[in-house]
Design a protein around this ligand. Structure first.
Ligand code: UP5
Ligand code: MG
Length: 203
């Protein structure tokens, strides 16, 4: 990525805070490629012949962070594929935009990505209470088929979020990159705030 100038927005927040939901809406309205680290890991877990299947499943069920080599590689492959595909975009002027959802969530990943890809233009941090997140995830668990949408895994995901992901948010806060958005309201209310932030970034 050395020579390419891409615009990257990180979308962070606890499990069930609404990252994926808001990213889908942003990508629908604005020209962003939405990449969810969790979705990429789940796809890799299910890919036939993957050497990482068992490793990924174990980490996801335990709510722990998959070693960064795996996730960074999947993200780089997905970003490169998008760059190849979108020949109409000039990838050297910063108008090629990525929303990176649920990453980085551990300090080593953040440092690595800052060095090899870029410093994000913005990191949106969705915040709400654990009660709200728990209720959303338990509800989603009835139909999602996600192996981590059960109370036991959810509690572990909360712990990892506090211990490992929050320091990453603090790192970008110190760089003045973080915008906190309260995601307790309805999807549309949260999107109103999100949309304003994206418009401001792009203006
Ligand atoms: N919902 C959303 N917004 C709502 C609102 N405003 N009002 C009412 N309901 C709302 O939303 C969750 C549910 O809530 C949905 O049913 C939605 O309709 C509803 P969603 O938008 O999916 O929330 P999101 O924040 O994306 O929650 P998600 O469960 O995806 O968050 P996680 O961060 O836990 O999951 P992720 O897929 O990112 O990661 C899973 C695991 O992968 C991690 O625990 C970890 O083990 C691993 N991982 C890594 O190891 N490394 C990485 O870099 C990334 C992941
Ligand atoms: Mg998600």
């Amino acid at each position: 990525f050395g020579c390419r100038k891409v615009t990257v927005v990180y979308v962070l927040g606890g499990p069930g805070a609404g990252k994926g939901t808001q990213c889908a809406k942003i990508a629908e309205e604005f020209d962003f490629c939405h990449l969810s680290a969790g979705d990429l890991l789940r796809a890799e877990q299910n890919r036939e012949g993957s050497q990482y299947g068992v490793l990924i499943r174990t980490h996801i069920q335990e709510g722990t962070i998959v070693p960064m080599e795996v996730t960074v590689k999947l993200l780089e492959i997905a970003m490169s594929a998008e760059i190849e595909k979108r020949t109409s975009v000039n990838w050297s002027d910063g108008k090629g935009r990525f929303l990176i959802d649920g990453f980085p969530r551990k300090m080593d990943q953040a440092k690595k990505f800052d060095e090899t890809v870029c410093i994000p233009s913005l990191a949106i941090h969705y915040t709400t209470s654990e009660e709200v997140m728990l209720q959303r995830l338990v509800e989603r668990g009835k139909t999602s088929g996600r192996e981590d949408d059960n109370i036991e895994s959810i509690k572990k995901r909360f712990r990892t979020h506090k211990e490992q992901c929050m320091p990453v948010v603090d790192r970008y806060s110190e760089l003045g990159k973080v915008l906190e958005i309260d995601s307790s309201g309805s999807v549309d209310d949260v999107y109103k705030l999100t949309r304003e932030a994206i418009m401001k970034l792009l203006s």
